[in-house]
Design a binder for this molecule. Structure first.
Ligand code: XMP
Length: 335
């Protein structure tokens, strides 16, 4: 049996560097030949993470926010219009079950930039057919719309997505903070190895990879990118910010916001594979994103590199003992 690793199983080995300042490091990326991002960060298509406010802020920072599919089409379409009017990138999630009667032309009329097919198991016939359909609808319409398929967790799954016409693929089955898929089904692939395997095939086939789920720290973002992801999708890290839907509450003396899996009972799923709870309130999303981008710039410079692609070509991961988690975090210091 092959061994697979999660983010916490590894560290990035520091390499000789001539980079004098992190400000000289380029963190831009792209999802396909025309969707360019200033930062490789995407807000998750979840109903406790991304509606208009999050999508607007993320696009302003140079990233992207995917408006979730639990909103009515009219609201999603209105969000696309507002973003387009501001000259910002817009992205919406479409569920595989609503595919047959979704008013795609109205999204395309408003200039939607990215469609994200939202289904837990993307490597399935109905998901692949939906990706194929989305691509041909957008092409017939004549719009430059990027089609993101997913989620998959194997190189062959990436290849089937590429053959179906996806420009980009979301990678990750069960690593997320509110995911119960692995616990309830025993299915999944540890996320770091999953990204490495999938990115290798995606590179070969010419599509991009979005590492989706399981990111807890800025360091995890750096590991995901170093492992080959073109961008990283964040749920729980952004759910506690002002821009996420929902209000700030006080629970057991702590300020929190709600966070729940899209396959949770609360989000309307019959087959519960998502948890429901809270995450700490964090203030403006800009603070979270800045910390991530600062960490990523430093990581790239620690790898003696000036760009994401240079780091990906040079990086060496080292497997660490589980005890290193104690050494990694602040310890012996009263915080
Ligand atoms: P993080 O770790 O960033 O993960 O909070 C966000 C990602 O988790 C996925 N997701 C789910 N996975 N059951 C799952 O197994 C769910 O109910 C669920 N809801 C979201 C999704 O890929 C998201 O971007």
């Amino acid at each position: 049996m092959k061994e697979y690793f999660s983010y916490d199983d590894v560290l990035i080995k520091p390499l000789y560097s001539e980079v004098r300042s992190r400000s000289t490091v380029d963190v831009s990326t792209s999802l396909n030949s025309w969707i360019k991002l200033g930062i490789p960060i995407i807000a998750s298509n979840m109903d406790t993470v991304c509606e208009y406010n999050m999508a607007k802020s993320m696009a302003e920072f140079g990233g992207l926010g995917v408006v979730h599919r639990n909103l009515p089409h009219a609201t999603r379409i209105h969000n696309v219009r507002r973003l387009t009017e501001l000259g910002l990138l817009s992205a919406v999630a479409v569920g595989v079950n609503e595919y047959d009667d979704a008013p795609f032309n109205r999204y395309l009329d408003e200039g939607v930039d990215v469609f994200v097919l939202d289904i837990a198991h993307g490597d399935s016939l109905h998901a692949l057919k939906a990706v194929e359909g989305l691509r041909s609808i957008a092409e017939r319409y004549g719009n430059e719309t990027c089609i993101v398929g997913g989620n998959v967790a194997t190189p062959d799954g990436v290849e089937r997505m590429a053959n179906a016409g996806a420009h980009s693929v979301k990678v990750g089955i069960g690593p997320g903070a509110a995911c119960l898929t692995r616990i309830n089904t025993g299915v999944g692939v540890p996320q770091l190895s999953c990204i490495m395997e999938c990115a290798e095939r995606a590179d070969f086939l010419g599509l991009s990879v979005i590492a989706d789920g399981g990111v807890k720290t800025p360091g995890d973002v750096a590991k995901a990118i170093a492992a080959g992801a073109d961008a990283v999708m964040l749920g729980s890290m952004l759910a506690g910010t002002d821009e996420a839907p929902g209000v700030v509450r006080t629970v057991r003396g702590q300020r929190v916001k709600s966070y729940r899996g899209m396959a949770s009972g609360g989000a309307g799923s019959k087959y519960v594979e998502g948890a429901e709870g809270y995450v700490p309130y964090k203030g403006a999303a800009f603070e979270v994103v800045s910390a991530i981008i600062n960490g990523l710039r430093s990581a790239i410079s620690y790898c003696g590199s000036y760009s994401i692609s240079e780091m990906q070509s040079k990086v060496e991961f080292i497997k660490v003992s589980p005890l290193s988690l104690i050494e990694n975090d602040a310890h012996g210091t009263i915080l």
